[in-house]
Unconditional design. Structure first.
Length: 89
């Protein structure tokens, strides 16, 4: 998310799991304004601190970009291909 200015994530789901697999913490959230990169990063740090070292998985329902160029720049920076079927304006 830091690869594009002002990108916002909507409908996120996070799972933090301890390295030994004995602790799992799930979080689902949806804010009307979405989660910017800083908010998402803070949330992931908080969840990870509860279960200590381990794995963290994030699923994002959608990303909102301020401009089409910001989307294209993000796709290029992350090595993803453009799929018009997944774009809503």
């Amino acid at each position: 998310m830091e690869a594009a200015a002002n990108v916002v994530a909507h409908d996120i789901s996070l799972t933090a799991e301890s390295a030994d697999g004995q602790q799992t913490l799930d979080y689902s959230g949806s804010l009307e304004t979405g989660y910017n990169a800083a908010a998402a990063q803070q949330l992931t740090r908080q969840l990870q601190s509860i279960v200590s070292e381990g794995d963290l998985r994030m699923i994002v329902g959608s990303l909102a970009f301020p401009t089409g160029q910001a989307l294209l720049d993000w796709l290029r920076a992350t090595g993803q291909t453009f799929n018009l079927a997944k774009v809503r304006q």
